[in-house]
Ligand binder design. Structure first.
Ligand SMILES: [Zn+2]
Length: 381
């Protein structure tokens, strides 16, 4: 009986310590898809929303004060249509920034992130997800950078004209000459190269060309769940060598082999959509897909918080403590793990890492300091 009581106290102690760490850390989630919900469902991020996984109250509660908001455009937006849709998403982001200036602010540098978080606001870092969004034009890339976008995932589910994707049949053998130019230009203008979604060959090509650290903003470990979107141990080691960071993805299929087949089926189904539409008709189609898709209605899963801990632990063992972060993919994944159902639950992850023996300073690196270091090294401030 006495033993039992002391165990309960110990558990309470750990939760309290975890909440304390979470309140001090600059928490960076390097990938959330919440802007889709703002653009297509017109959700109000200032409120605690009944559905989805992210809003401003839950970011604060979880201590994840510096989320990377992905302005993701599906690859069925082609050419200039993808550029137009990127502007729509940037505008939707602006509507949130303008509506809640006392709660959220655009962060352009690592120094901005620190200043904004210390002022008790959410620091919004903007990214785009898919090289097709530049329409094969470096001037478009540069204009995105001037609009405050600080990272780009080189591909999404399908190949584009200059890079192979991990979930398509390779046609370029990695990066084309123009693809290499894109990486060099991103290095030059201070945008972080994101290698989540790219094929293994594209990954190694990007690392060979990049003179700056890269991130895999939302990928987990292939050794634990064999999904092409995840990183092999060799890739994790190469990423560490490059000085980069992998943000562990919380999607069930990314975490658990039992769920991986379903995730791959969903990816193939989505990647295969090729509507012959433009303009408003294409936007309406996209909204329809968004509303009916799995991520609007998450289903029960067998993946848990312990799986997230296992992936973090594996990545730390292979790549080292300085190269692992968090990239939940919240509001973009079909199923969320039990125990980490939304952004507000992050202190439970910190508690689990404490229980596993991780030190406070190690946890702070994983929760955000590593990714902040990459921002500083790439953006230069
Ligand atoms: Zn993604």
């Amino acid at each position: 009986m006495l033993m039992l009581v002391s165990c309960v106290w110990a558990a309470d102690d750990i939760s309290e310590r975890a909440r304390g760490i979470q309140s001090e850390v600059i928490g960076i989630d390097s990938h959330i898809d919440t802007m889709q919900r703002v653009l297509m469902e017109h959700v109000d991020l200032g409120q605690r929303l009944p559905g989805g996984e992210v809003d401003l109250p839950r970011l604060r509660e979880g201590g994840m004060h510096a989320p990377f908001f992905a302005l993701w455009v599906p690859t069925f937006y082609r050419g200039s249509e993808a550029v137009r849709r990127t502007l729509d998403l940037r505008d939707a982001m602006q509507s949130v920034l303008d509506r809640y200036p006392d709660q959220i602010e655009l962060a352009l540098t690592a120094a901005d992130v620190e200043r904004i978080v210390h002022a008790h606001k959410i620091a919004a870092v903007l990214t785009i997800e898919g090289g097709h969004q530049i329409d094969d034009d470096l001037a478009v890339l540069r204009m995105y950078q001037r609009m405050g976008i600080r990272s780009m995932t080189l591909t999404h589910f399908r190949n584009n004209d200059w890079a192979d994707s991990s979930t398509d049949t390779p046609v370029h053998n990695g990066l084309t000459e123009f693809g290499k130019e894109v990486v060099r230009e991103m290095n030059r203008i201070g945008m972080i190269v994101d290698v989540s979604h790219v094929s293994d060959k594209t990954f190694y090509d990007a690392l060979a060309v990049s003179t700056k650290p890269v991130i895999a903003s939302h990928s987990s470990c292939r050794a634990l769940s064999s999904l092409p979107r995840n990183m092999t141990d060799d890739m994790l080691r190469a990423l560490a060598q490059n000085g980069g960071v992998v943000g562990i993805n919380f999607g069930s299929g990314f975490l658990s082999q039992k769920e991986a087949d379903k995730t791959l089926r969903d990816i193939n189904q989505f990647g295969g959509l090729e509507p012959n539409l433009t303009g408003k008709a294409l936007d309406d189609y996209s909204t329809q897909i968004h509303l009916h898709d799995d991520w609007a209605h998450p289903k029960p899963t067998t993946a848990t918080l312990d799986d997230v801990v296992a992936h973090i632990d594996h990545a730390v063992k292979v790549a080292g403590i300085d190269h692992v972060g968090i990239g939940s993919d919240y509001d973009g994944i079909a199923e969320v793990p039990i125990g980490l159902e939304d952004e507000s639950k992050m202190p439970a992850l910190t508690a689990a890492l404490l229980k596993k023996g991780y030190s406070e300073s190690d946890i702070k690196k994983i929760m955000g300091e590593n990714t902040l270091r990459v921002m500083r090294e790439v953006i230069g401030k």
